[in-house]
Design a protein around this ligand. Structure first.
Ligand code: GLC
Length: 490
């Protein structure tokens, strides 16, 4: 082989190797980074105990009963189609969409009622859309007129016009934690969608590298809005940042289809934002969704429950109906579906952030209240198997819906271990794959006072489940033991 051919072959191999390395680097998503700030770490541990929260999407878009914000995004997606009656052309549509501000007057807004319903439902925290991608601020910002308290918005006359403040106060009064949903992109800001160019897709519509002053102005705008939220609204527990395409380009995970389409550097300077936010709100949880790294204190699978514990703190967000925002004639999930979703989340070690959307007048649909009440009734009996638990380290019995566990030290200083086995309403017998129920154990159904008999063989425990003709709901079998429960480890 001639030296030239050898050289060409070597070069070819190096190129292939380089391309391979570049592509593997490009799809390497930033891993989860546990917080080192002890205030954040301890808050995160307490957050993991809460398990069940309320997400609310609300804004002027609720008047049209359309998807939140997305219909003004010029991407051709079936789920954010523009209806012709709202404007014949794109520009006309956006004009009409933004004019929704001038008719938004949710006079029946009653956050105390929402907060009581959430509390009775067993929810422990709220996350409210202070600003969605469309840029409309549901708080009293000084940065823009496109806000709920602007003289252009009829609701500004209400003593409750600063709705974010009212909501946070009402929920806090009921003992719930507060979270600010905040979208990093802002489709109303001239520094994100510069009116000089038409918007092309969800991203910034100019090159921040070519127009750094404009991008800096956008960074400052975002920083200022978040600072307002972190200073004028009492203690905030969670900063829930949506719009994951606003991020350093190097963190893009090209194995995710929507991320693959993001080609513009949109680094918003999260270290600066998070440092400021935590200066005002020590221990604040920051959830920079989908970005990975140190500002995503927990991860947020959307609309589905992962097949197994993710091994890092996580929360599924899911609408109670079919849409994040209010739509007419919403089809709500049944109470049973909601409970089973909560059960699958809890047995896999996560939390459920269930979305309920207020309508244009500021009321929740009556069906939503019924669901909340019924879930609450179930949790009053079975909440012990939910709050403060972790995914069980042991195999749950095959016929069950899964298991959670917790431990505590009794007043007398004795360790007590609990395993909660979630059962289908129709379950009649449960066979536990136990090596032994060692020491003093007790097995009972939550909500009943009498313990159940366990027929033990060498490595199996069989419990007959008394029929409960009154309800087909999930029931929970609790095993309490002095020694760690000896099921087979996963
Ligand atoms: C999705 C939607 C967004 C919504 C969010 C809630 O990212 O695009 O509109 O706010 O889910 O989790």
């Amino acid at each position: 082989m001639s030296p030239l051919v050898i050289l060409i072959r070597m070069l070819r191999h190096t190129t292939v190797l380089c391309l391979f390395l570049i592509s593997t680097l490009a799809i390497a998503q930033a891993p989860y980074v546990a917080p080192t700030d002890t205030a954040v770490a301890s808050k995160l541990e307490r957050w993991k105990d809460l398990k069940f929260g309320l997400l609310m999407h609300w804004g002027p878009y609720s008047q049209w009963g359309v998807v939140e914000s997305w219909s003004i995004c010029p991407e051709d997606e079936d789920w954010c189609k523009r209806r012709p009656e709202h404007g014949a052309t794109y520009n006309e549509y956006v004009k009409n969409y933004e004019a929704l501000q001038t008719t938004f007057n949710p006079v029946k807004f009653d956050p105390d009622k929402w907060a009581k319903a959430a509390k009775d439902a067993g929810m422990k925290y709220v996350v409210f859309t202070t600003k969605h991608h469309d840029g409309f601020c549901m708080f009293d910002t000084k940065t823009t007129d496109y806000r709920i308290t602007s003289p252009q918005t009829p609701f500004h006359n209400s003593p409750r016009a600063n709705v974010t403040k009212e909501i946070f106060t009402a929920f806090r009064t009921q003992g719930l934690w507060t979270g600010a949903y905040f979208s990093k992109p802002d489709w109303h800001s001239p520094d994100y969608w510069w009116p000089y160019f038409p918007p092309k897709d969800r991203s910034v519509n100019y090159l921040p590298t070519k127009h750094p002053e404009r991008w800096q102005a956008f960074k400052d705008h975002t920083y200022a809005q978040i600072e307002e939220l972190m200073t004028g609204y009492g203690p905030v527990d969670i900063l829930w940042l949506d719009g994951g395409w606003v991020r350093p380009l190097s963190t893009i995970d090209t194995s995710v289809s929507w991320q693959k389409a993001i080609t513009i550097e949109q680094d918003i300077d999260m270290p600066r934002i998070a440092t400021m936010a935590r200066k005002h709100q020590p221990g604040l949880l920051v959830v920079d969704r989908t970005v990975g790294g140190e500002y995503e204190n927990y991860v947020t699978p959307e609309g589905h429950v992962p097949d197994a514990d993710l091994g890092v703190p996580w929360e599924t967000c899911m609408p109670m109906g079919t849409s994040w925002s209010w739509v007419p004639n919403e089809q709500y999930k049944t109470t049973d579906e909601i409970i089973r979703t909560l059960v699958s989340v809890v047995t896999r070690g996560g939390s459920l952030l269930l979305n309920v959307a207020p309508g244009p007048d500021g009321q929740l649909d009556s069906t939503a209240y019924v669901r909340l009440k019924e879930v609450g009734e179930w949790l009053k009996v079975n909440g012990e198997a939910v709050y403060g638990t972790r995914a069980s380290k042991y195999n749950a019995p095959a016929a069950s819906l899964g298991a959670s566990e917790s431990s505590k030290t009794t007043k007398g200083g004795k360790e007590q271990h609990f395993m909660y086995i979630f059962l289908d309403g129709s379950a009649t017998e449960i066979r536990m794959d136990m090596h032994a129920l060692r020491g003093k154990t007790e097995v009972k159904l939550l909500g009943s006072t009498s313990p159940l008999k366990v027929q033990k063989t060498v490595d199996t425990g069989v419990v007959q489940i008394p029929a409960d003709p009154g309800s087909a709901r999930v029931r929970v079998l609790r095993i309490s033991a002095r020694l760690p429960i000896g099921m087979k480890k996963l």
